[in-house]
Design a binder for this molecule. Structure first.
Ligand code: MTE
Length: 314
């Protein structure tokens, strides 16, 4: 992955957390529908802010760390379908059409099927989950996601006892995603989880962030968020979820197997060949901080890996 150093982010791109926090109170209160006009940090952003999502309840596993300013979370992205520069997704993801959008659930399920994004939103209550996101390039953010536990979505399609893994695929459409005309990765972008990871209550399908629908550059209308793993596991703009008997391929593992394993749990003890994983820079901060095992979620997820050698299963 190409890297633009976080300290290259212009000071003017950074919104003080206090602004976001004030806005969040508005969004989570009754003022959802009218909050847009009052939000200078959102209004400043290059694309018009997405629609507010009403009826979001606070979810578990929250952190009291200050969320990353909205502008940084939407101007500094990895979404290679729109280019490899951190600002390319913000510049080019406007060509992605996120409605109508259908998610297909296939493979080892008793009731395979397709569901439109609007029906998905009607079927499942939405929760806000404020999670740390740690990228393998050694930067991190704190994002107030809005989403649905992935396990709840899968349960509806009734996984069979043969379902050992879950494979995800992003939309493939070079007309909407011009980066797919270049061979930087095999397209479509694919990712995978073991089934027990997928149904862990921390794993969500995110449909929004900062009180609103997802901006295109962040993976609209539907992306995975698995906060104890490096950011690249959180696959964006998902169209297919397939439950499988065997471990599915993942884009970065196929592209550079020595650098990116299947598990990709955040682990300060296992360095990436090009980036130390011991410390990280929180976007918007100057000093680096220590990276925590499983990105600080060890209490919740370490038991999933009991008995495994995590230096081999990186
Ligand atoms: N999903 C797709 N389809 N394509 C991508 O290039 N990049 C990944 C991940 N999901 C990527 C993707 C990487 S490397 C990271 S760090 C996160 O998305 C970044 O998410 P963010 O831009 O919302 O911070």
């Amino acid at each position: 992955m190409r890297i633009r150093r976080p300290d290259d982010v212009q000071a003017g791109e950074i919104t003080p957390p206090a602004l976001y926090l004030r806005r969040r109170e508005l969004l989570l209160g009754a003022a959802c529908a009218t909050a847009g006009a009052l939000l200078p940090d959102v209004a400043d952003a290059e694309a018009p802010p997405p629609r507010p999502l009403p009826d979001v309840r606070p979810g578990p596993f929250g952190t009291d760390e200050a969320p990353t300013p909205y502008r940084d979370a939407t101007l500094y992205n990895n979404f290679y379908e729109f280019g490899t520069d951190k600002k390319d997704p913000m510049r080019h993801a406007g060509s992605l059409r996120t409605r109508p959008w259908t998610l297909s659930i296939e493979g080892e399920v008793a009731k395979p099927g397709r569901i439109g994004i609007e029906d998905l939103l009607r079927r499942h209550p939405l929760e806000e989950r404020i999670y740390r996101l740690r990228c393998v390039e050694a930067w991190s953010m704190v994002i107030p996601w809005i989403g649905i536990p992935l396990g709840d979505v899968l349960a509806h399609f009734e996984p069979t006892s043969n379902a050992k893994y879950v494979a995800f695929a992003t939309l493939y459409d070079p007309e909407q995603m011009p980066g797919q005309r270049r061979g930087v990765l095999d397209w479509p972008y694919v990712e995978g989880l073991r089934i027990d990871e997928a149904v862990h209550p921390l794993a969500i399908l995110a449909v929004g962030m900062y009180g609103r629908e997802l901006p295109n550059q962040n993976g609209a209308p539907l992306r995975l968020v698995v906060p104890w793993k490096y950011g690249f596991k959180s696959i964006k703009s998902i169209v297919t979820i397939r439950l499988t008997r065997t471990q599915p391929p993942t884009s970065w593992n196929v592209s550079a197997p020595r650098e990116y394993g299947f598990y990709s749990n955040v682990n300060p003890k296992v360095d990436h060949p090009r980036w130390s994983q011991k410390r990280e820079r929180r976007i918007g901060e100057f000093l680096k901080r220590d990276t925590l095992p499983f990105n600080g979620y060890a209490e919740q997820v370490a038991p999933l890996y009991a008995g495994m050698d995590l230096t081999k299963n990186y």
